[in-house]
Ligand binder design. Structure first.
Ligand code: ATP
Length: 610
């Protein structure tokens, strides 16, 4: 049921896999094929024109210099200048557009990856580290750009240059041409040896980079804990360790890269020296003109540069292929909570929610919920009470399909929730949780998150109903005050009220409420309670109750222990039995749990009004 976790292990068959990655990257370019071909045509034309230059130089040596033709020298120089201008213009136009296409493809890939991350269930996200996901989204996708933007250009230019120069050389003097060709197999052998090494190293580099990013992200997110425990030196040491491991792999890569480049230049330059030697002998023997030898040497240098450049880009491409593996690995994770074929949209203003023999486990061998039966009608509040770990939050999370039931079914209006589209199901549910997350945005936008098209007036009306308006207008910029990350931090009670305003704005028929366990002063509590009462009106509400006041308003009280509903007392009975229970620190529902699983766990109710 759980989606497979990504693994950062070694990849033994890197070369074959690398081919697959490259194929997938090329597939990303498919919508831009026409643009890419157009750019390639421009770049190839520029390269072809460049191949004319050595011929001009040959003419200079064999005709103009020998015959002392000043006019021809001028003409040849002008001709070469013309070639240079045309070549530069063509190359500029082609390169610019191709790089732009690369950027567009990468922006699209990043957005797709982000979208994909949001389709993966909570179970997946709880197993992953945010730093690693962020690293894939930014660093690894950035590396893929190299392949998309540069692969076609460099392969095309350099291959064309090599083939063109070789063809011209063979037609001029095939023996000398063959000498140059001898280096090709050696360069190929080198690339076959080094390609897989680059890929493996690259994957390790990206893994180490992700690890150090994760350390930084966790340490900064937990800055309060780090500060209060005075663990800054420890965190710094942890991060330094991560960076050091990253550095070690990077240095190995640099060493390998430098060795590979040096070997390639050696092989290609060696061929030029042979041309120099053998060609020189042929000129002396009268079999070759001096101009032809110069042209040969220029073509040979052309090829040398192309092969060196190809080898450099080959290593960069292999490195990028290693990084792209991490991107595709993420894209390949399939969401385990999907729309079923034929799923319908849930459209209801009121909802009846039924649990029919529901069972659930996060891990196969550890059941968390067993045989849950309940029914909640519109306007009813179901209060869930029980010790910590009894399964209350889990039960509530199954309703919006944050996790999938293992046995039985949950029905809304008589239909299994798996027959509805996930989006419409979640649209029908509002959640007010203990940990209210506020985005780094204005108060207004944080409330509007409940319904993105709500007007400013509707936002304000929701804030009033949530008893939040008063404290909002007292803030420096009122509704425009920035809160959340990098903004003003609010008290627990204020956050709760913003969250209630969000839920009021969403106006969904089902409400899931996890009451705050932290102590809130009496005034705040009264404000929150009256806001919640407004929110609950007409809705089908499930509340994880930590206060007697909440239980008092409930239509059903379900006492949970060990993942089962063990009692369903009426309110009067519940209060009466709880009242007989002495010590203050004990929670009122505990009397039902004597002898049940979790009976010795910590109390789940909070003492109020401290
Ligand atoms: N994401 C998860 N993965 C694995 N096990 C989990 C996960 N969330 C909860 N559990 C386990 O499931 C059991 C029920 O947890 P749950 O959070 O539903 O209890 P609860 O009654 O809501 O407790 P509390 O009042 O403390 O929130 C616990 O044993 C818990 O450790």
């Amino acid at each position: 049921m759980a989606p497979r976790a990504m693994n950062e292990s070694a990849h033994p068959n890197a070369s074959a896999e690398g081919g697959v990655q490259l194929g997938r990257i090329v597939a990303l370019s498919r919508p831009h094929v026409r643009g890419i071909l157009y750019c390639l045509a421009l770049i190839m034309a520029a390269t072809a024109i460049q191949l004319l230059m050595p011929m001009g130089i040959q003419q200079l040596f064999d005709r103009a210099l020998v015959g002392r033709e000043i006019g021809t020298i001028h003409l040849l120089a002008l001709g070469l200048l013309g070639i240079l201008i045309v070549r530069s213009l063509l190359s500029y136009a082609g390169q610019f557009r191709l790089q732009a296409i690369g950027d567009i493809i990468i922006a699209d890939l990043r957005a797709r990856l982000f979208e994909h991350l949001h389709t993966l269930g909570l179970d997946y996200h709880h197993r992953q580290r945010i730093g690693d996901l962020l690293s894939r989204l930014s660093n690894d996708v950035g590396s893929v750009r190299h392949i998309v933007a540069n692969l076609p250009v460099f392969v095309a230019i350099n291959c064309f240059q090599c083939i063109g120069a070789t063809a011209v050389m063979l037609s001029m003097n095939w023996r000398l041409g063959l000498v140059v060709l001898t280096m090709a197999p050696m360069a190929t052998v080198l690339s076959r040896i080094y390609g897989p090494i680059f890929e493996r190293l690259s994957t390790r580099i990206q893994d180490e980079l992700a690890r150090s990013t994760t350390i930084a992200q966790e340490s900064l997110s937990g800055i309060e804990v780090v500060s209060t425990y005075a663990r800054a030196p420890y965190e710094a040491q942890r991060y330094r360790g991560g960076v050091q491991r990253y550095l070690e792999v990077v240095l190995t890569m640099r060493r390998t890269d430098a060795l590979y480049s040096a070997l390639t230049v050696f092989v290609t330059t060696f061929a030029t020296i042979v041309v120099f030697w053998y060609g020189g002998l042929q000129v002396v023997a009268g079999a070759l003109s001096a101009g032809s030898l110069v042209a040969f040497l220029l073509y040979s240098l052309n090829i040398t540069q192309s092969v060196a450049s190809l080898s450099q880009h080959y290593s960069a491409l292999k490195q990028a292929a290693g990084a792209s593996r991490r991107v595709f690995e993420l894209l390949d994770v399939r969401p385990d909570i999907n729309d079923r074929p034929g799923a319908v949209a849930l459209a209801c203003e009121r909802a009846t929610v039924r649990f029919v023999g529901v069972g659930f486990a996060y891990r196969p061998d550890a059941p968390v919920l067993t045989d849950i039966h309940l029914e909640a009608r519109p306007g009813e509040t179901v209060a869930l009470v029980g010790h910590s770990g009894a399964g209350k939050s889990t039960l509530v999370k199954l309703i919006p399909r944050l996790y999938e039931v293992g046995a039985g079914a949950i029905e809304i209006d008589g239909r299994d929730i798996r027959e509805y589209t996930v989006e419409s199901l979640r649209q029908a549910i509002s959640v007010v949780s203990q940990d209210v997350f506020l985005f780094g945005a204005s108060v207004r936008d944080n409330i509007r998150y409940g319904r993105l098209d709500a007007s400013d007036e509707e936002v304000e009306a929701a804030a009033r109903a949530a008893n939040a308006h008063e404290f909002i207008v007292r803030m420096s910029a009122g509704y425009d005050t920035q809160v959340g990350e990098r903004g003003l931090q609010l008290s627990g009670g204020q956050r709760q009220r913003l969250s209630i305003a969000r839920a009021l704005l969403k106006d969904a028929p089902i409400l899931l409420l996890d009451e705050a366990t932290s102590a809130i002063d009496n005034e705040s509590e009264a404000l929150i309670q009256s806001a919640i009462d407004r929110l609950k009106a007409r809705r089908t509400t499930f509340v994880i109750a930590h206060r007697l006041a909440t239980v008092r308003n409930a239509h059903q009280i379900l006492v949970m222990a060990g993942g089962r509903i063990v009692q369903r007392p009426g309110y009067e009975e519940f209060i009466a039995r709880s009242a007989g229970q002495a010590p203050q620190a004990q929670h009122p529902g505990a009397v039902y749990l004597a002898g049940e699983a979790g009976a010795n766990a910590e109390p789940a109710f909070v003492e109020r009004g401290a």
